[in-house]
Design a protein around this ligand. Structure first.
Ligand SMILES: [Fe+2]
Length: 314
């Protein structure tokens, strides 16, 4: 994989002259991508075309969507998108774009959109904010009415998990962001344009359990949780919503209803339908990081609470 060193992609005229270097060991160590320098030296910037969207019913809302499975369904370095989750509130789109994927600036005035970066580096330009390079574990938000433009710039293919409205309308195209000011200066979460995972790890450290609310709007609540090995949470269920997680780091054992527990690791998605009891435990010898996606007004029924109703789905 390669790393575009410098330059605003919109201002560079001679793409073949761009300097590239290999990406950091942090990404190589994850083993998801291979170094393919030939992609850099022969970079072509194709005309804009619609990314192929596949969403076979048998791969939606699985208890576990494996990172390796979803990546294995497509050739390396290619453009594609799948819909692994539709939970009623959101359409969740797993998007792959190699560096050089053509620009598609657009705007939607009636819903917020956000993304979790799972691999590579993706450059965002959102509303009036200057370009932001997002990488592993980062969350980016385009508030309703903010033009946004997204460029994969690093990795054999940059991977982002888009969380958009189930009836999303992306018809207002060709609206470039204005790029005037730096983003997130002195602000605190939730709902930052850019929630940096690296920044959160520097802020909270890695030797304790912590949480950070990254997104809270009328449709969604996204909570980042860092837990040490052996941490177990209380078993509970939620009456009115499906729930899902994106595992960012470590290994987490999910115990859902009376099913055999399943273990999920980096890049895996886990889905639990409403009315289904569940709890989580961080296993192995490393801390885990997960992003929990729920409705904003989440209701918990704890199974060890004698007054709690029984979970309808066990
Ligand atoms: Fe959008």
């Amino acid at each position: 994989m390669c790393h575009l060193i410098a330059g605003d992609l919109n201002t560079i005229q001679d793409q073949s002259a761009l300097p590239f270097r290999c990406i950091s060991p942090a990404f190589r160590s994850r083993g998801a991508l291979r170094c393919r320098p030939q992609l850099c030296s022969s970079r072509q910037w194709p005309e804009r075309e619609e990314t192929e969207m596949t969403s076979p019913a048998q791969t939606k809302n699985l208890t576990v969507t494996r990172h390796t499975d979803i990546m294995g369904r497509h050739p390396g370095g290619s453009r594609w998108a799948e819909v692994p989750i539709e939970d009623g509130r959101n359409r969740v789109v797993w998007i792959s774009g190699p560096p050089g994927t053509p620009s598609d600036p657009h705007i939607h005035p009636d819903f917020n959109e956000y993304w979790v970066i799972l691999d590579g580096v993706t450059r965002y330009q959102i509303g009036q904010y200057g370009p932001i390079d997002a990488e592993w574990g980062d969350i980016m938000i385009a508030p309703a009415g903010y033009a946004h433009d997204i460029h994969p710039i690093e990795g054999e293919q940059a991977i982002r998990l888009g969380v958009t409205h189930p009836d999303s309308n992306h018809d207002i195209k060709g609206v470039p962001p204005s790029r005037l000011i730096p983003a997130d200066v002195g602000l605190s979460s939730p709902n930052l344009i850019h929630t940096s995972m690296k920044g959160l790890l520097e802020k909270h450290g890695t030797d304790s359990n912590w949480k950070e609310l990254a997104v809270l709007d009328a449709r969604n609540r996204a909570l980042i949780t860092h837990e040490l090995p052996g941490t177990v949470n209380r078993r509970y269920w939620h009456p009115d919503m499906d729930k899902w997680w994106a595992v960012i780091a470590g290994q987490i054992e999910f115990s859902i209803s009376d099913q055999k527990p399943v273990t999920a690791g980096p890049g895996d998605l886990v889905f639990v339908p409403g009315g289904t009891s569940h709890n989580l435990m961080t296993i192995g010898d490393k801390a885990s990081i997960r992003i929990t996606m729920t409705a904003p007004d989440i209701v918990h029924h704890y199974t060890d609470d004698q007054d709690a109703p029984a979970a309808p789905n066990g």
